[in-house]
Design a protein around this ligand. Structure first.
Ligand code: SF4
Ligand code: SF4
Ligand code: FES
Length: 372
């Protein structure tokens, strides 16, 4: 353990901890942009500079390891001036085209810009340098006029998703973030997982499906229903509609990572054809015999109105299902019944279906879709 002092507070942290993480543990906030706890430190933006007793110049706390007896100051008039200058320099390369219909920016970058009292109108670049919406990716919006070269997208894609889509191209003032050898994201083997969007602190990378949707009125943490991994996801809800899905670094299973289905496959929730109530064939509801299919009809097709699907309540649907399974078992034997479960179900549900199939129905005919 190493003893250090930050803003007059004596703190003990394991050796190898950075000053930034030590300050966080002590509840002290240091402004950051290129840093993220899930990514390797980069030390590029310099917003996290702190004063260290005995050091000639302010130092970047996100890459500075603690030393025994270190005395650190995180706030001073000189540091405020430094951070303002850094933000103004970043703003001089930043251009917001206003395509979000005046929606107030809520990005990490804008929060610090406002915190240090910088006027966006005065400080931002006079004109865009790149085309807005420069990549045809169907769900990710790219506007490199808002990029501050923090490389969080580069590191997220490489370190979390392992796809290495993004890198830095050009030199000096022309340095820019490029996909592959300056091609499109998909041509550079992007899987559209959205990790780069989740880590981008400026909105240079954004969710195309959520553009202009505004702020959510509530955020609901839930479990993704697409597969058995059970990623935790945050549904951003407005007017009873999901407007975007975000990830949370504290999620125990997946942290900030998600796949394309969990992050972008949510429009089915509000689809008008989505089944949200149980349905049964009309003849079952009426207790009538199964109508005969007309000659030449395809399997499953029948013009008889008794063949129509009708909505019912869960108790009725489950009663009919149970009666039909019991009838098939009693008339044709247990092996006439087969059960298909789903990788979307939890382990507990699949365990219960296994018990139900083998012990209640009495057959080993059970399978599920995880081999897809
Ligand atoms: S969406 Fe995922 S795979 Fe595609 S560039 Fe971003 S992090 Fe990489
Ligand atoms: S696109 Fe976003 S995450 Fe990537 S370097 Fe630019 S500002 Fe950083
Ligand atoms: S957050 Fe430390 S240099 Fe960017």
């Amino acid at each position: 353990m190493v003893n250090i002092t930050i803003n007059g507070n004596a703190i003990q942290v394991p050796s190898g901890t950075t000053v930034l993480r030590a300050a966080e543990q002590a509840g002290i906030t240091i402004p950051t942009l290129c840093d993220h706890p899930d990514l390797h430190p980069f030390g590029g933006c310099r917003l996290c500079v702190v004063e260290v007793q005995g050091a000639r110049l302010p130092m970047a706390s996100c890459t500075l390891p603690v030393n025994e007896g270190m005395v650190v100051t995180t706030e001073s008039p000189a540091l405020t001036k430094s951070r303002r200058t850094i933000l103004e320099l970043l703003m001089s390369n930043y251009y917001d085209s206003g395509y979000k219909d005046g929606q107030k920016e809520t990005t990490q970058f804008m929060r610090w810009v406002k915190h240090y009292g910088i006027s966006v109108k005065k400080a931002q670049a006079p004109a865009p340098r790149y085309p807005v919406n420069s990549d045809p990716n169907p769900v990710i919006w790219v506007d490199m006029n808002k990029c501050i070269l923090c490389t969080r997208c580069v590191r997220a894609c490489a370190e979390i998703q392992g796809r290495f889509v993004w890198s830095q191209g050009g030199r000096g003032f022309n340095t820019r973030i490029v996909a592959g050898a300056e091609t499109t994201m998909l041509e550079a083997r992007c899987e559209t997982c959205g990790a780069c969007v989740a880590f981008c602190p400026t909105g240079a990378l954004d969710n195309r499906l959520s553009m202009g949707a505004g702020k959510p009125s509530t955020v609901v943490t839930t479990t993704c229903a697409y597969c058995g991994v059970g990623c935790q996801i945050d549904l951003n809800v407005k007017d009873n509609h999901i407007i975007r899905v975000t990830s949370n670094p504290d999620a125990s299973v997946n942290g900030m990572a998600m796949c394309v289905k969990g992050r972008y496959g949510y429009d089915y929730v509000h689809h008008p054809e989505r089944l949200s109530k149980p349905q049964v064939r009309r003849y079952l509801l009426k207790g009538e015999p199964k109508p005969k299919a007309s000659a030449g009809a395809n399997p499953g097709e029948n013009s008889d109105p008794l063949w129509d699907w009708v909505e019912t309540d869960w108790d009725t649907a489950l009663r009919i299902t149970a009666e039909k399974i019991a009838q098939a078992r009693d008339q044709h034997g247990a092996d006439s019944v087969g059960v298909l479960t789903s990788a979307k179900c939890t382990n507990e549900v699949n365990y219960l279906m296994n018990k139900f199939t083998r012990q209640v129905v009495g057959t080993n005919n059970i399978d599920h879709c995880a081999r897809l």
